[in-house]
Design a protein around this ligand. Sequence first.
Ligand code: FAD
Ligand code: DHB
Length: 392
Amino acid sequence: MRTTVGIIGGGPAGLLLARLLHRTGIDCVVLESRTRSYVEQRQRAGMLEQGTVDALRECGAAGRLDAEGLIHQGIELRFDRERHHIDFPWLTGGRTVTIYAQTEIVKDLVALQLAEGPPLLFGAEALAIEKPESGSPVVRFLHEGREQTLSCDYVVGCEGSHGVAAEAFPAEVGRIYAHEYPYSWLGILADVPPSCEELIYARGPGGFALHSMRSPSVSRLYLQVPNGSDVRDWPDERIWDALDARFAIDGDWRLARGPITSKSVTRMRSSVHEPMRYGRLFLAGDAAHIVPPTGAKGLNLAVSDVRVLARGFAELHRTGSTELLDRYSELCLARVWQATRFSYDMTRMLHAQPDGDAFEHRMQLARLRRITASRPAAAELAANYTGLPLAL
Ligand code: FAD
Ligand code: DHB
């Protein structure tokens, strides 16, 4: 099999890149190791920056997003039994964010891809990328029980963390900067209307909690838990009790409980792979960088990477110039490091240290007080949360 751009991974990064390339007449093939139903069910992100919404609109994948996405004007910060509204339009000159689940984005992109092309192969696992430094890299992959090859002009690794694409970088070229956090998140979906109109980020007794939502009747909540936690140790009552304690404020607010339909534990970590390009091989999305989800940046970064890449391939196709593709790593990494810093700061500000360091806790409260008392401090949070501009 032969194509112009071989894309490894049918998550949001790979699927969106395929749509954007298709629009400019560039052919590509997407290899996805899992089944369609698996990728459509995998519970993850929910908060979209405006640039992410714009990119989905640009490739005709925003019909349902425009009808069902919830536009949010801000978030709430909770600590010391108080609630504080952070007003995004007021702080950023009119910007907002949209709540629409990653599962739904993937469903929308998969449906378009299967209806209009280019090819998307499920159950196709990339095994290795050969000759990435040459003019014709090759992806070896396993599909329908047979090993096959995809010859490409370019290869883009969009296969999430621990991928084969980063492994194709020679050791002396690639470097990973990584950081592990000493806590995890227990995420749940519950069939109960959200108890809030906007997302709540809480630093409560025992640590962090986040109240998000999927629809007017489905809530999405997250709870800081120790590393190594097992969902079997978290029966429903224990989860609701911990959430209740962490969201508690003085005043008449109550967290509504309902049947929990999904539970999973995620570790918090940061990592950045530099550079994001080697020869004709590019890394995009989680294949290049991971952020802890506290800043809601992972999916948004994946989308901004592929927007830069799609623009670069379009320029090459139209004019023969590789100028933008040559600047891909530099352009993306500037934004990636800012999102990594923001995610790190949000995570450190809102989670309890496992050793219960009282000084650290006082520092967190002082940071939160500053954000809720000073317009420039709140504006800095709002600018990062709603998304820094894409330098294109
Ligand atoms: P993935 O979604 O991981 O997709 C990679 C795809 O490649 C997968 O489908 C995988 O099956 C496939 N694959 C893997 N290996 C191979 C192979 N060898 N061959 C072929 N295919 C392969 N981000 C936000 O922006 N906002 C949020 O609110 C947010 N909340 C989050 C909450 C949680 C609990 C978690 C865990 C993450 C959250 N994120 C959030 C992060 C976001 O989900 C990820 O950054 C996003 O999924 C990255 O997309 P991707 O396409 O790069 O990678
Ligand atoms: C969601 C997840 C996040 O990590 C976040 O910061 C905001 C929202 C969500 O799943 O809705």
